[in-house]
Design a protein around this ligand. Structure first.
Ligand code: 5GP
Ligand code: ZN
Length: 102
């Protein structure tokens, strides 16, 4: 998807350090962290939001990744957060799960 920040990060057009990557998703530190650790878990496929998910296996894959990321980052207590739709606070229209840990 052209003009999507997360697609550009996925493709290396906007340089960003991946804290995790697998076949389905990648994870980056949020540029504007709202917790001591604030990680975004992003599917590689451009899916606009949770409302646009066609195969729920994608969600399972993202949460399996979250378990691995948390183990890697020594995160045991955390919140997950998904904003869906602009009026609910979604700014980037490419599905992502926030991991927030203090
Ligand atoms: P949303 O409000 O859409 O759920 O969350 C989007 C998140 O992406 C925000 O927390 C924002 O700080 C983060 N973000 C936006 N642009 C960039 C970027 O270019 N790099 C990184 N690492 N995070 C970004
Ligand atoms: Zn995208």
């Amino acid at each position: 998807m052209t003009n999507c920040i997360f697609c550009k990060i996925r493709d290396g057009e906007i340089p960003s350090k991946f804290v995790y990557e697998d076949d389905y998703c990648f994870a980056i530190n949020d540029i504007n962290p709202k917790a001591k650790k604030h990680i975004l878990v992003i599917p590689k496929a451009h899916v606009e939001s949770l409302n646009h998910v066609e195969d729920s296996l994608l969600i399972a894959n993202l949460f399996e990744a979250i378990k691995k990321i948390n183990k890697q980052e020594n995160i045991t207590h955390f919140k997950t957060h998904i904003n869906t739709g602009a009026s609910a606070g979604q700014e980037v229209m490419h599905l992502h799960i926030h991991i927030l840990a203090n």
